[in-house]
Each structure stands twice: as structure tokens, then as C-alpha cells.
Write a protein that binds this ligand. Structure first.
Ligand SMILES: Cc1cc2nc3c(=O)[nH]c(=O)nc-3n(C[C@H](O)[C@H](O)[C@H](O)COP(=O)(O)OP(=O)(O)OC[C@H]3O[C@@H](n4cnc5c(N)ncnc54)[C@H](O)[C@@H]3O)c2cc1C
Length: 328
């Protein structure tokens, strides 16, 4: 599966199957010859393969983009779960639709986007999702979930909780705006737009995001990684106040519910991990939140490094980091 995961781990699966049409799923889930369990794989940009994969890997290749309805302000669009996320973003921008431009260049597929409610630069995919359609293996039928029913949270959804491992997302329906309503409040985006000397538009915001991401994040084609390895911890205000007594320069983001989000990258860097390398396993030199495979690392080695990082952050700050990547 080396080409199928962005860490580039050289692992095997018992069976691999491409799914190009949602209708195939009935037969696949009934086929007693296929090894169980089933694992759904998109672009492999958020998985950590810690050993050979037992069971059948179903590769989501369901394509198609279809306009369902439109009025003066809103378009509703159905997108196949196997469509490459960034291709969908470019398509939407080319139509002049607004809503996904801040999420440009996030690797992976449309079907995986609701799983962890992908987000970047002040926007989360939940903001533009109308409905998610999925095959439910145990029920043997398709289910449709509204955005509310998906119970989206920060890098979280029902698909990582009750429905974990139970469903195959076949399509996502989006609601996008026809008139630009841009999110440029992020300092980095504002600065980039200024540097580009560009009038803010949907296209220019996407270009700014693309430029920022290219300058900040390691390209998996060059160095194996899965983006942010850990979630940013969200802690209550009283704990934050007591931490601030000891770490006065600790950055933080107040949340609407009174909680406080801390940048995990800062905590990890503070513990001295940034740029750490042991043979082919490492922490990226410019971004402490990204664990990297310099060539022949295994998923188990990256897992062990992540355990050490979690332990040292816990010892220093009393905070337990949670992994963002899905461990297989
Ligand atoms: C360089 C880099 C930068 C990144 N930046 C960001 C970022 O800014 N914001 C962000 O949120 N994420 C980011 N990520 C993480 C990743 O891009 C997203 O999580 C993305 O949605 C994963 O898509 P995928 O198709 O590769 O999923 P995969 O890695 O294939 O799968 C991830 C998990 O979702 C499940 N899954 C996938 N597809 C389906 C489906 N159709 N139905 C049911 N379950 C499914 C899998 O079983 C697996 O558990 C980044 C990753 C990289 C490598």
C-alpha cells in the first residue's frame, strides 16, 4: 500500500478493491469471499498504518459532480465521495461559487472530508455541508445524514464516534453561495493578499491559501507525512489561567463556549521535539505538529515517537494530546 498512504509506509492489505459506483456496495458487502473487516480508504492522507491491514481495503473512486438546485443566492451540489478534494475546490471556484476556497489544497477525497470535519484558515467543511450519503454495512442500506445529524465538532463527527468503521460515505451534498462572502480574518491570508496586491475574491483567497500552504507544509510527494498528527487541545479557562502563570508566552485561542484552544505545535516545540530525527522517523523541522517519514520508517516507529511526544507534553503541561490521524 506504499502508494496509497501519504506517509509512504510499505504495508500490505489482505485484499484491495476499487469502488467506482455506489451501487457496487450491496454486492461487495454481501460477498462472503472478501476478508473482513472492510476499511474505507480515500487518499490515505490521514491514516497511520501500524502493521499489515487485515480485511479488505475499499478504495473510494466514486466520481461525479452534479448541480441539484439553485436560486439567486445558493447552489446545492452533489459530489462523489471519490472526487479529489482539491479538484472539487477548483471546480467550485471556476463556477464562481463561494464557501470552500479556504479549504484549498487539503489532500484527500470528498468522502473523507466529513469524517474529521476538515478545516483550515477559519473555515470547517461543516459550514458548507448540506447532507452526507453513506452505505451502512450492518443495515445493508444507504443512509442520509443532515449536517446536524453528522454531529460535527472540531476534527470530529459521528463518523469517528458511533458510526466509526460502520459506513462508506458515497457522496456529499454541499450548499455554496453564489455571492462572495469571504473569510480573510486570518492574519496570514490578509498578509498574503496584500503581498499579492490582489483584490479579495474567491479565486484570490484560494490562491493565497495555496501559497501559504505550499510555504508552510511539507509536500507528501517529497517527504512522507499526514499533515497535523495531533489535534490542538481544548482546555477549560481555569486550567489555562494556571498554565499561564507558569508559561506566560503560551499562545491561545478563546473558543465561543468559554474553552481555550492551545496550539499543539507550540507545546511540542516547547518540549524540544521540533526537528527531532532518529534514523527515518522525525518531527518536521519547520512544523512541530507534523511527524515525518524520511524514507523507510514504519508506522509502528511513528506511533512510538508519538507516544514519547504525548508523554513529554503531559509531563510538562499536564495535557494529554490526542492523535488526529486515524490509526489502522
Ligand atoms: C500535507 C497535509 C496537510 C493536511 N492539511 C489538513 C488541513 O489543513 N485540515 C484538515 O482538516 N486535514 C488536513 N490533512 C489531513 C487530511 O488531508 C484530511 O483528513 C483528509 O480529509 C483525509 O482524506 P483522505 O481521503 O486522504 O482520507 P484517508 O486518509 O483515506 O482516510 C482517513 C479516515 O477516514 C476514513 N474514510 C475515508 N474515506 C471515507 C469514506 N468515504 N467513508 C467512510 N470513511 C472514510 C478512513 O477509513 C480513515 O479512517 C492534511 C494532510 C496532509 C498530508
Amino acid at each position: 500500500m506504499r502508494e496509497l498512504n501519504t506517509f509512504g509506509f510499505d504495508q500490505t492489505a489482505e485484499a484491495l478493491l476499487e469502488v467506482t459506483e455506489a451501487e457496487q456496495l450491496t454486492d461487495i458487502y454481501e460477498d462472503a469471499r472478501l476478508p473482513r473487516p472492510f476499511h474505507v480508504l480515500g487518499g490515505g492522507s490521514n491514516v497511520l498504518l501500524t502493521g499489515p491491514v487485515l480485511g479488505t481495503v475499499l478504495m473510494n473512486r466514486i466520481k461525479g459532480i452534479e448541480l441539484i438546485s439553485e436560486d439567486d443566492d445558493i447552489v446545492r451540489v452533489r459530489v462523489g465521495g471519490g472526487v479529489v478534494w482539491h479538484d472539487w475546490v477548483l471546480f467550485a471556484i471556476a463556477q464562481g461559487w463561494c464557501g470552500v476556497e479556504n479549504l484549498a489544497l487539503i489532500p484527500g477525497t470528498v468522502g473523507a472530508a466529513p469524517i474529521q470535519n476538515i478545516g483550515a484558515y477559519g473555515v470547517e467543511v461543516k459550514d458548507v455541508i448540506d447532507e452526507v450519503v453513506a452505505w451502512h454495512g450492518a443495515l445493508g442500506k444507504f443512509i442520509r445524514l443532515s449536517a446536524l445529524e453528522c454531529r460535527f465538532g472540531y476534527r470530529d463527527s459521528i463518523f469517528k464516534q458511533e458510526l466509526k468503521g460502520e459506513v462508506f460515505v458515497t457522496e456529499v451534498c454541499f450548499r455554496l453561495r453564489k455571492h462572495a462572502q469571504l473569510h480573510t480574518e486570518y492574519g496570514a491570508i490578509r498578509e498574503e493578499l496584500q503581498a499579492m496586491d490582489a483584490e479579495p475574491s474567491v479565486e484570490q483567497v484560494a490562491q493565497a491559501v495555496i501559497r501559504i500552504r505550499r510555504s508552510k507544509l511539507p509536500d507528501p510527494a517529497q517527504i512522507g507525512n499526514a499533515g497535523s498528527f495531533f489535534k490542538n487541545p481544548v482546555i477549560d479557562a481555569s486550567l489555562f489561567e494556571s498554565l499561564l502563570q507558569r508559561f506566560s508566552n503560551m499562545p491561545s485561542y478563546a473558543q465561543p463556549d468559554g474553552m481555550v484552544k492551545l496550539p499543539a505545535g507550540w507545546l511540542i516545540e516547547y518540549c524540544g521535539w521540533k526537528g527531532f530525527r532518529d534514523r527515518d522517523v522525525g518531527v518536521h523541522t519547520r512544523q512541530a505538529l507534523v511527524l515525518v517519514n524520511y524514507g523507510h520508517a514504519t508506522g509502528a516507529e511513528i506511533w512510538n515517537l508519538s507516544e514519547r511526544i504525548i508523554a513529554s507534553v503531559q509531563e510538562r503541561f499536564g495535557i494529554v494530546l490526542e492523535r488526529e490521524v486515524q490509526v489502522w
